[in-house]
Design a protein around this ligand. Structure first.
Ligand SMILES: [Fe+2]
Length: 436
């Protein structure tokens, strides 16, 4: 018997400024807190879940399939407001959402999106998505709606115009340098695969929202994510849970000298980063790469131009709450540019500013900023139910696949995100004055 079965918390009255229920012609949209997961960890110092109070909501009372053709503008703006405020919206109810409707719902969160997939898989000339990319094996494009990808595990004979597809749930063995032993895997140990933001990080702007629709979800024993970084941290997760952390919480728990550094820093990502990183191997936490000089040299990459390389702030400003979210894809970083501190204080890092190009130095610094945020008490591991439709604010969270499936366990999800029409905003002058 699974003694770690999660306990669904009751629908509590929220102390939000926004009311928990909104009535629309499509029904009454009601918000519930995320389910608590208990016990959370199995390391020596069990701690209670410490998710930010705003983080994630379950939404009930809305027929998603009915929204495709007739979304009221007021509902559209309400959904956007809710997503930016809560970062993850879980629509429960077991309904089936067609790829067309999923695309329409994904567009709700970003009117600026030109309308193609976040990695522009439609454009065969875009070498960013060629066969060398570490993303290549994980995604199968739905022919009629190419912005929607089929992902999952196992053999699928026919689905939405795709035939005889072998889906592979990414296993940490293919990406981590040192792996969980087969014996330990038998005993249920696993890893976070790769903490990331869904974004091409070259040429295209990061998607605002990603939607995930669970079509087929095999249930089995829970597994234990082991951090294997000397801390003893572990996290119990349902099989195949998607792990999320809040970028706002990641920023808020930083000490002042790290906040100052984060606000002053911009990240330049490698050209064609998923090709560039393809030979490199991950740390056991899935939070960035070892610096073993394995990345492809720039002259071995598909053609690129410097103008198309992405330089983005380390902190992205939430358009609804004004909070700063620590948002960085740790495996794709190439260079850091740090502005000088406007009013240097004792303990400030790089008070005079700096340009960092040494990968070991960059990665150690970014790891020290991000590692606190993936501590077990800050991770929400979503326990998928068939029919779940999850929207996450891709500019406000980091996420990771977890777990390992057997070949015969068939899992099917539809995933959609859209390259945005513009890059995320960074800290404003007020933030600089407040944190630096
Ligand atoms: Fe993702």
């Amino acid at each position: 018997m699974n003694k770690h079965k999660h306990m669904e918390s009751s629908s509590a009255t929220l102390t939000d400024a926004l009311p928990p229920t909104t009535t629309t012609k499509h029904g009454s949209l009601t918000l519930h807190p995320l389910p608590l997961q208990s016990p959370l960890q199995s390391n020596a110092n069990q701690q209670h879940q410490q998710l930010a109070s705003n983080f994630g909501r379950i939404v009930t009372g809305i027929e998603l399939e009915s929204l495709e053709s007739s979304l009221e503008p007021s509902l559209e703006s309400r959904l956007k407001q809710l997503l930016f405020k809560h970062s993850i919206l879980v629509f429960r109810g077991g309904a089936s959402v067609s790829p067309r409707t999923q695309l329409a719902l994904t567009r709700v969160f970003d009117a600026s999106a030109p309308g193609f997939y976040g990695h522009d898989n439609n454009n065969n000339n875009n070498n960013n998505f060629n066969k060398k990319s570490v993303l290549h094996p994980d995604l199968k494009t739905i022919p009629a709606v190419p912005q929607v990808q089929l992902i999952g595990n196992g053999f699928v004979e026919e689905h939405e115009g795709l035939a005889n597809v072998n889906l592979v749930h990414p296993h940490h063995r293919t990406f981590h340098r040192d792996v969980v032993s087969e014996d330990d895997e038998e005993r249920g140990y696993t890893r976070f695969y790769r903490w990331h933001i869904d974004a091409a990080l070259y040429d295209l702007s990061p998607p605002v929202a990603t939607t995930l629709h669970a079509i087929k979800v095999p249930k089995d024993k829970w597994q234990t994510v082991r951090y294997d970084d000397g801390t003893g941290d572990e996290l119990k997760v349902p099989l195949g849970a998607t792990a999320f952390i809040s970028g706002a919480q990641a920023f808020s728990i930083l000490p002042p000298h790290h906040k100052s550094l984060a606000v002053r820093t911009r990240v330049t990502y490698a050209p064609h980063p998923y090709v560039w990183m393809s030979p490199a191997k991950s740390l056991p936490t899935g939070l960035g790469l070892y610096s073993d000089s394995l990345e492809l040299p720039l002259d071995a990459l598909p053609p690129f131009t410097e103008e198309k390389m992405k330089t983005l702030p380390l902190c992205w400003k939430n358009p609804e709450t004004g909070e700063l979210h620590l948002q960085v894809h740790p495996s794709a970083i190439y260079k850091l540019t740090i502005d000088p501190s406007p009013s240097p204080k004792e303990g400030d890092l790089y008070p005079e500013g700096a340009t960092l190009t040494s990968l070991p130095e960059i990665r150690a610094l970014i790891y020290s900023l991000q590692r606190p945020a993936i501590a077990p008490q800050y991770v929400y591991a979503h326990d998928w139910e068939e029919g779940d439709f999850v929207v996450f604010h891709n500019r406000g969270v980091l996420h990771s696949i977890t777990g390992a499936f057997r070949k015969d366990q068939v899992r099917m999800f539809h995933q959609c995100n859209l390259a945005s029409g513009s890059d995320p905003e960074g800290p404003d002058q007020e933030d600089v004055e407040r944190f630096c």
